[in-house]
Design a protein around this ligand. Structure first.
Ligand SMILES: *[C@@H]1O[C@H](CO)[C@@H](O)[C@H](O)[C@H]1NC(C)=O
Ligand SMILES: *[C@@H]1O[C@H](CO)[C@@H](O)[C@H](O)[C@H]1NC(C)=O
Ligand SMILES: *[C@@H]1O[C@H](CO)[C@@H](O)[C@H](O)[C@H]1NC(C)=O
Ligand SMILES: *[C@@H]1O[C@H](CO)[C@@H](O)[C@H](O)[C@H]1NC(C)=O
Length: 292
């Protein structure tokens, strides 16, 4: 009889628990299953450690200590696990040296940057630093100078246009001159419009050493050459036509003047005659030109 009762009771429990009461399943992450709302499965008494959400069906992210977080917002009670940051510890610390820890709010690395990075949050890359590749945390200045071919304090500049890529790391000036096609102390400027097969130009002025691309003229190969064959012919034609016209006008002028001076006595060369008659004779000669 007792056995029958026990079996019936147990079957009731199993059926009730698994089949007719799904709430017991949904409330599994509540801190205390008896505080689970039977209508909607909300955990009214909080979640088990490491869970969050109204029904405690989400995990706390990257919380330190015992891993607990607030039920609704998920704010970690003991801060973030090393290497994570932010209110809910879903942001990562980047490139932090040592334990990899960073300030939970600002993200500033607490124990410096891993080699090759700098900045408060170690988000900047060091340039081409020699040695172990490290640079100053606050300025980015390389600790042991630059690798060959790089320049300036942070070694981000390149000497790529210097002969043998050798330049002064401080001022950036090329030490063995420029590769053809470049000029300036740092060889950072391009020689403009020099002939393609030999583009070398003066290191200081940029004047092409071996001439310009066709169609351009010295010294800086900037102006278009106007002395092409066609324009020469055109200019010659214009010149001769103008010359003929001037000769014709002068001829007319001389002939008219000659007529006048033959009427009145010859005074050509006399200053007073020129002064007195010039305006009159000019008007008359202009008049006679219109008859031509
Ligand atoms: C407990 O939370 C986990 C993580 O979100 C979830 O996968 C699981 O379904 C939850 N369990 C219950 C019984 O709510
Ligand atoms: C988890 O840590 C928090 C903050 O230190 C504390 O208030 C809480 O009691 C701890 N929970 C457990 C179960 O240890
Ligand atoms: C790298 O080299 C610099 C300068 O030589 C030194 O100060 C620094 O401690 C070195 N860093 C590592 C990780 O070896
Ligand atoms: C440039 O490098 C080559 C090969 O390494 C070397 O033969 C030459 O002498 C160097 N030129 C200068 C100007 O340093």
């Amino acid at each position: 009889m007792v056995l029958v009762c026990l079996v019936v009771f147990l079957s009731y429990c199993v059926l009730h628990g698994l089949g007719h009461n799904p709430i017991s399943y949904m409330c599994g992450n509540c801190s205390d299953p008896t505080t689970c709302d039977p209508q909607d499965g909300r955990c009214t008494g909080g979640c088990k450690i490491g869970y969050m959400g109204l029904s405690c069906d989400e995990l706390c992210s990257n919380c330190a200590g015992n891993g607990s977080c607030s039920q609704i917002k998920g704010v970690c009670h003991n801060g973030c696990r090393t290497g994570f940051r932010g209110d809910i510890c879903i942001l990562e610390c980047h490139n932090c040296a040592g334990s990899g820890a960073c300030d939970i709010e600002s993200g500033a690395c607490l124990e410096g940057c891993t080699n090759g990075h700098w900045g408060d949050e170690c988000t900047f890359m060091c340039g081409a630093c020699s040695g172990n590749g490290s640079c100053d945390r606050h300025s980015g200045r390389c600790h042991s100078g630059c690798l060959l071919g790089h320049k300036f304090y942070d070694c981000h500049g390149t000497c790529s246009t210097c002969v043998n890529t050798t330049c002064n790391q401080g001022d950036g000036h090329c030490m063995h001159g420029c590769y053809p096609g470049h000029y300036g102390l740092d060889c950072e400027k391009a020689c403009m419009h020099c002939r393609a097969d030999n583009p070398e130009c003066d290191r200081t002025t940029g004047a092409c050493l071996f001439g310009c691309k066709s169609g351009l003229v010295n010294p800086f190969c900037e102006e278009e050459s106007i002395h092409t064959d066609e324009s020469i012919h055109f200019n010659i034609a214009v010149f001769y036509i103008s010359l003929l016209f001037i000769i014709a006008v002068l001829g007319a002028f001389v002939i008219c003047n000659y007529k006048h001076t033959s009427k009145s006595p010859p005074l050509l060369g006399s200053k007073s005659a020129l002064g007195l008659h010039s305006s009159q004779s000019f008007r008359e000669s202009a008049h006679s030109i219109t008859f031509f």
